[in-house]
Design a protein around this ligand. Structure first.
Ligand SMILES: Cc1ncc(COP(=O)(O)O)c(C=O)c1O
Length: 369
């Protein structure tokens, strides 16, 4: 069994993806070819955003968004320490300071009740992370931002493309939504890629210029930029994947519900499931559970042929590059407990039964250690 089954997905979309790749090879516009605009229009329509700007990765999407906001050295950006390093990395790269706020243990997303106390005169943005494919409480975050001088809000939606919040799509819920097309993400390409979403015309224009070395016209470098374009070939791959993406999003939700049902039936009381808020549809970038004795459970699952992963084993405030002497109890506790099970739209009912059977046995085995 694969942790993420990309081969079955390719099998289902082979003809379309191959044809789209071939078309790029035939027209030869490898950089900023017609597929780039086609994808941007399709993704903007999918999310309900006015603008989509494709970029070379999710990291670059976050970096370019902060550059468009003109983040200056010493500026503070509020986010959580329980995320992938890229979230804080881009802030530090621009000389800014990540100001960490703990997560709520149920969803592992930022605890919105702690945000206001972290705001200072240097706060320049709030960057919630839609971890595991579930959007944070964006209405509340936007309301806090509005109360504090209309602070920009950047949703790190690297894991949540396709998810929704109160019927609205992730990426369209705040000043910026930034996603990743890393192959294992809910919508992935065959390399690196990402996208920025915004409804703000001026910020969209700034992002378009920044991704191409700050050019407002060819060889007119109006501002500082980066080489941050997404390859035409990768855009063609995502266009191919979009053909059944609605089905995949619905399927991921069904698989998440089925994991819950099977685990509650088989392992009740032995582990904790992620809380999904009733006003949200999670896209389950990872199906993550919280287990006791994680190392032993993981090892037993490995022996049973079930791959697992940990997102993430160490919160950022305890990483050498971002170390602060602060304590974030829930982030630290979750880093020691979370474990992700195999998840992809092509996971079969039989796969799920086998995973949960092995999980139950592993929990039993680890409890006896
Ligand atoms: C929460 C989060 N933010 C940012 C990123 C960065 O995306 P990319 O790998 O496309 O640069 C990731 C990717 O793993 C992520 O999970």
């Amino acid at each position: 069994m694969e942790f993420i089954d990309l081969k079955s997905q390719y099998g289902a979309l082979r003809t379309s993806i191959n044809e789209r790749i071939q078309r790029v090879l035939d027209h030869g516009q490898y950089i900023m070819g017609p597929e780039v605009k086609e994808l941007e229009q399709a993704l903007a329509a999918f999310t309900g955003s006015r603008h989509c700007i494709t970029v070379s990765s999710g990291t670059e999407a976050l970096l370019i968004s902060l550059m468009a906001l003109d983040l200056k050295p010493g500026d503070e950006v509020i986010t959580t320490p329980f995320t992938f390093a890229a979230t804080a990395e881009v802030i530090v790269l621009l000389g800014g300071k990540p100001v960490f706020v703990d997560i709520e243990p149920g969803t592992c997303n930022i605890d919105v009740n702690l945000i206001e106390a972290a705001i200072t005169p240097r706060t320049r943005a709030i960057m919630p992370v839609s971890l595991y494919g579930q959007v944070s409480d964006m209405d509340e975050i936007n309301a806090i931002a509005a109360r504090h001088g209309n602070l920009p809000v950047i949703e790190d939606a690297a894991q949540s493309f396709g998810a929704s919040y109160k019927g609205q799509r992730s990426c369209s819920l705040s000043t910026f939504g930034c996603t990743s097309f890393f192959p294992s993400k809910p919508l992935g390409c065959y390399g690196d890629g990402g996208a920025i979403f915004t409804n703000d015309d001026a910020l969209a224009q700034a992002c378009r210029e920044i991704r191409i070395h700050g050019q407002s016209a060819r060889y007119t470098h109006t501002r500082l930029g980066v080489g941050g374009r997404m390859d035409t070939l990768q855009c063609a791959v995502v266009l191919g994947k979009l053909e059944r993406f609605d089905w995949e999003v619905a399927q991921r939700k069904l698989l998440g519900d089925e994991y819950r049902r099977l685990i509650e039936q088989t392992c009740s009381g032995q582990l904790e499931l992620l809380e999904v808020k009733p006003d949200r549809d999670c896209v389950w970038a990872q199906y993550t559970v919280k287990v006791p004795n994680r190392d032993a459970v993981q090892e037993a699952l490995k022996q049973a042929g079930v791959p697992t992963a940990v997102h993430y084993p160490r919160p950022l405030h305890q990483q050498p590059a971002y170390a602060t002497p602060q304590t974030f109890v829930h982030s630290e506790t979750m880093a020691g407990r979370v474990m992700s099970l195999p998840m992809s739209a092509d996971l079969t009912a039989q796969d799920q039964i086998e995973v949960v059977k092995a999980l139950a046995a592993s929990l039993k085995f680890s409890a006896q250690q």
